[in-house]
Design a protein around this ligand. Sequence first.
Ligand code: CMC
Length: 428
Amino acid sequence: MSEIAKIELDGKTFEFPVIEGTENEKAIDISKLRDATGYITLDPGYKNTGATKSSITYLDGEKGILHYRGYSIEQLAEKASFIEVAYLLIYGNLPTQTELDIFTNNITKHTLVHEDMKQFFEAYPAKAHPMGVLASMVCSLSTFYPESLDPNRSPEAKDLTILRLLAKLPTLAAWSYKNAMRHPFMYPKNDLNYCSNFLHMMFAMPTEDYTVDPVVSNALNKLLILHADHEQNCSTSTVRIVGSSQANLYASISAGISALWGPLHGGANQAVIEMLEQIHADGGDVDKWVTKAKDKEDPFRLMGFGHRVYKNFDPRATIIKKACDDVLEKMGINDPMLEIAKKLEKVALEDEYFKSRNLYPNVDFYSGIIYRALGIPTEMFTVMFAIGRLPGWIAQWKEMTENNEPIGRPRQIYTGATPREYVSIEKR
Ligand code: CMC
């Protein structure tokens, strides 16, 4: 018999169904709560609220498990290509060779952006943060493809928008960097794979030969896979909620990019490196900074530590830490930031404050050190996260539109003034 949850309110008992996911996660379905009782639930930050049923990503924060469509992140990071993972997330299964060839070929065909967009880049100041540029550029894509404004036009039209976005994001991302450097834009080279093509557009110059280092391209492939989806996090929820108003995919993803930018979410990778540089410049006294992080009067937090859902370890951080050692060794780099990061991790993991609050290094703690080794400038770190997260955002948006989910519209408990009379300005 299915379980029932009972809530007692005003002397009456109300029953609500308990639902269970395929991995035995349980939830009380309170979708009829207000109609039945007149009450709503209050859950700031949605810490206990399931906003949707989803078949894309499974995550167990206590056990440190992360699966995309049933496949473990460890296996995918080890064996798959980012484009295979994108297909898996968006369409539900790993592609056959033919499906992968068609998908790759279709993405390759759409890597160019409209020439007029170059003028948009040129209008930004050199100091513009590339995340601001990227969010604007992605939203601007909608102006070039007016047929995409109706997200439900047809499955074929939806697929075309998805392909265009997957193909163009690396071009827009690389050009945001080129523009900041005031270097000439490099056009995509369609004989290169997704990661190598991005690296080419970032680092090649028209005056020099540039060959993509396979160590760099493989490390990037792994990093993008590790970031590809993470169920209902802040930016993904943003994409779903914007999309729930039937806003187009470009607008929804642009909003997701903006949500990702914050230092508590994807912006943490930039913040981690800036923090490590600050500690390094300050003489490298790790204990001093751990003490600051624990001080509630001090706004400083240990960036790259803690996670809303992982309360044991972040499986992505475990893979990244190892990849970080590998990449630095293969590239012969000795980065003092890595030494500080390792010391910081050791001290924090032995400290009662961090232990009692289950604060562990998260995905962003070591990713910045790899990005540095790959030559990616610090301000581009969160852009890299966005390129990785794109297939997840798209998959979640597609699922939401296909399930005809209702418009997202939370309620509130009002705590403001009760009704009062308007007072003319002379009498206030
Ligand atoms: N340094 C010091 N104290 C911390 C930290 C930290 N990094 N993170 C959490 N705490 C403390 C916090 O002060 C609170 O203490 P108390 O119970 O005494 O008030 C307790 O731990 C619980 O923290 P919280 O802020 O209530 O937890 P949350 O689930 O709301 O926030 C978080 C999660 C990731 C925003 C937070 O841990 C944080 O700010 N971390 C640093 C930023 C960071 O690395 N973000 C990247 C997350 S991973 C990438 C992604 O998927 O977005």
